[in-house]
Design a protein around this ligand. Structure first.
Ligand SMILES: [Zn+2]
Length: 160
């Protein structure tokens, strides 16, 4: 890998694919978790005080972080996972199937009793850019749950 662990680094060896065909390496997992922890520090959660960080690994080896961003009109709050996805797309780092990088894996970190799994909305948005991606959920005690998005969201909405 190049650079230091965390957001913005590039992990070499990641193959361009749809994310459905491989799982992240141990090095990639560690980098994703580090980036998710770093992103969590930037969470804007003055109402719930529930800070969440997420980090995506794309099929080009790029890691992009995101945090939850709350709003005083609570319904406008955005989750960490979707923040990361939208940031990655806006930066040209995610594409539709066969036309650009895909999500290989996502890590999610929060101070929760159990490893935090993505909400339903985020599962559907993850499917848009990485239907077969690996989801790594971790709490601050180091408990982890690694699960495929296809298990979290079977029969996702879409034409695929
Ligand atoms: Zn969500």
């Amino acid at each position: 890998m190049s650079g230091t662990a965390g957001e913005g680094m590039t992990v070499t060896g990641a193959q361009r694919d749809d994310g459905a065909t491989r799982t992240p390496t141990d090095t990639e997992r560690a980098a994703l978790l580090a980036a998710a922890h770093a992103a969590r520090q930037r969470a804007y959660a003055p109402y719930s005080h529930f800070r969440v960080g997420a980090a995506l690994l794309t099929s080009e080896g790029t890691i992009v972080g995101g945090c939850n961003v709350e709003n005083i009109s609570y319904g406008l709050t955005n989750c960490a996972e979707r923040t990361a996805i939208f940031a990655a797309r806006a930066a040209g780092q995610l594409g539709p199937p066969d036309e650009g990088p895909r999500i290989v894996a996502v890590a999610i970190v929060a101070d929760s009793a159990e490893p935090p799994t993505p909400c339903g909305a985020c599962r559907q948005v993850l499917a848009e850019f990485g239907r077969g991606c690996t989801v790594i959920c971790a709490n601050l005690r180091g408990d982890t749950l690694t699960i495929g998005l296809d298990e979290l969201l079977p029969h996702a909405f879409g034409p695929w």
